[in-house]
Ligand binder design. Structure first.
Ligand code: DX5
Ligand code: ZN
Length: 215
């Protein structure tokens, strides 16, 4: 049974309180919080101020995905705003080991995300230090895109690396996750499924979360 992390990016921002209630009352495990800076990705979303409000209502861990340059400048702000996990991008971190240590020193779970073109083999020497590896299964920046099938191979390869190194790293998959492909993604080795449009744009988001959870 995978952990389910609905992505707030696809929520109705005029009804953030209701969307938090929905997550609280559902079987979702985490809330996924996508931060975009208009530099690392060609889109701008929301930052610590919004997280601060969301955390007033949310009763579940908040999984912050930083799609930003120079994440080290903002990690403390997100911790103060209530982040429980912080994931930074491999492609945005020249000193990834330092970034990961910074996040862990604040008592948070630390994750590294890789874009579709970045091979999992590049994580070999950091795997033992991270709690989460987030495999982007679309190009980051927008919700509602189509799952890139090559991601399945990356998930199983990463799973093998984790087994070989005997680490407890969670594999999180983000982008284009649907009720149709979720089972295959879990079978490839995913531990956490992020789902934006699949959850928030469905007729019954609460049921959709349960369906994903019970696959
Ligand atoms: C994309 C974000 C995703 C996004 C996923 O850059 O990192 O978390 O919200 O949205 P869906 O599930 O709609 O593809
Ligand atoms: Zn994300």
């Amino acid at each position: 049974m995978a952990l389910i992390a609905p992505s707030l990016l696809a929520a109705d921002f005029l009804k953030l309180e209701d969307e938090c209630d929905l997550i609280n009352n559902s079987v979702a495990d985490w809330l996924h919080f996508d931060v975009m800076d208009g530099r690392f990705v060609p889109n701008i979303s929301f930052g610590p101020m919004i997280l601060d409000f969301v955390k007033k209502k949310l009763k579940k861990p908040c999984d912050v995905h930083l799609m930003i340059e120079e994440p080290e400048k903002y990690v403390e702000d997100f911790k103060k705003a209530g982040a429980d996990h912080i994931t930074v991008h491999w492609e945005a971190c020249r000193h990834l080991h330092r970034n990961i240590q910074q996040i862990k020193s604040l008592g948070l779970l630390a994750g590294v995300a890789i874009n579709p073109h970045t091979p999992v083999s590049l994580l070999d020497d950091i795997l033992g230090d991270v709690d989460i590896v987030l495999i982007m299964s679309v190009n980051p920046g927008f919700g509602g895109q189509k799952f890139i099938p090559q991601s399945l191979k990356k998930i199983s390869e990463l799973k093998k690396m984790i087994t070989a190194q005997k680490t407890n790293t969670l594999i999180e998959v983000d982008g284009g996750v649907s009720l149709e492909n979720a089972k295959q993604i879990i079978e490839a080795g995913a531990d956490v499924l992020v789902a934006g449009n699949t959850v928030f744009r469905s007729q019954h988001p609460m049921n959709t979360i349960s369906q994903l959870k019970n696959l």
